[in-house]
Design a protein around this ligand. Structure first.
Ligand code: NAD
Length: 293
């Protein structure tokens, strides 16, 4: 049994922490929102009064927070309170620069650290099947891997500090672009009098095949579990897709990468969000492409 501090018990953090409890760990939980703490208590977490109180008694600290500024603020608050050699795992999706700063802060206090953002959404968090993309030194990763296991379907060590966040935003840039591409193809098919099922049957076994089509098809019918079949209830909200696309564009600018389709996808998702669809599943962008959003 390991004592784990879990800070940030929102949509993702709560079910992730619940799986750590199920695996037999003692989990000390903290969040700013009382309702999240109540849910965490029902999952078997021990609720503590502050992030510092969680960290000072833990072997491992996991953070699952909204953005880089929250992670850096929590790290600077708690890193001096944790025991030397404590393993810090940040699973939030944040910018690469903040992730690297978080590693530096941890190292300055003699801590081990891993950035380990996830893919798989709330469903994956509940089922314990998330994909973790980890960045950090090998000794830190080796220590993190068995801790992540009860929450994971797959764990990939992507490289040094920040590499996990780099993998996450590159993956989600592909996802944002490919969902728009698949949506455009269905809209064109409609105009050409081609049925959704016919396009799906061809493209899903041809060179147009991709996850946005075969797992997350943006029209109702061909893939029964996709959000299109439940009026685009998320799933993965358009607000989160926009967040990740913006991170990809910040990283592209900072590194000098040329990503014109990433930039265009960011603009389209920004418009979709502005029109009041931030809480809609990101595959609902097909309605925006039809001019019906
Ligand atoms: P959320 O907003 O539901 O949860 C974040 C939690 O952090 C909130 O409960 C908030 O109160 C808490 N928090 C903020 N500042 C805090 C502080 N200083 N101390 C303690 N708690 C604090 O968000 P979420 O959906 O759980 O996502 C968390 C992270 O995971 C984000 O970075 C998101 O981009 C990423 N992510 C989300 C999904 C998803 O499908 N929801 C999928 C993959 C990755």
């Amino acid at each position: 049994m390991t004592t784990i501090a879990f800070i940030g018990l929102g949509n993702m953090g709560n079910p992730m922490a619940a799986n750590l409890v199920k695996a037999g760990h003692k989990v000390l939980g903290f969040d700013l929102v009382p309702a999240s703490l109540e849910t965490a208590k029902a999952h078997g977490l021990d609720i503590v009064a502050s992030a510092g109180a969680a960290a000072e008694n833990a072997d491992v600290v996991i953070t699952m927070l909204p953005a880089g500024k929250h992670v850096l603020s929590v790290y600077s608050d708690i890193v001096g309170k944790a025991r030397k050699g404590t393993l810090f795992i940040d699973s939030s999706t944040i910018d690469v620069d903040s992730a690297r700063k978080a590693h530096s802060v941890a190292a300055a206090y003699g801590m081990l650290s891993v950035d380990a953002p996830v893919s798989g959404g709330v469903g994956g968090a509940e089922a314990g099947t998330l994909t973790f993309m980890a960045g950090g030194a090998k000794d830190a990763f080796d220590k993190a891997e068995p801790i992540l296991q009860p929450m994971a379907g797959r764990i990939v060590h992507c490289g040094e500090g920040g590499a996990g966040q780099a993998a996450k935003i590159c993956n989600n840039m592909i996802l944002g672009i490919s969902m728009i591409g698949v949506g455009e193809a269905f809209v064109l098919a409609e105009k050409l009098g081609l049925s959704h099922q016919a396009l799906f049957d061809v493209a899903s076994t041809s060179s147009g095949q991709c996850w946005s089509l075969t797992t997350y098809c943006p029209v109702p019918g061909p893939v029964p579990n996709s959000p299109a079949n439940r009026d685009y209830k998320p799933g993965f909200a358009a607000a989160l897709m926009l967040k990740d696309l913006k991170l990809s564009q910040e990283a592209a600018q900072a590194s000098g990468a040329v990503t014109p389709l990433g930039a265009e996808a960011t603009q389209l998702y920004a418009l979709f969000n502005q029109q009041g669809h931030a809480g809609t599943d990101f595959s609902g962008i097909i309605n925006f492409l039809r001019g019906k959003a």
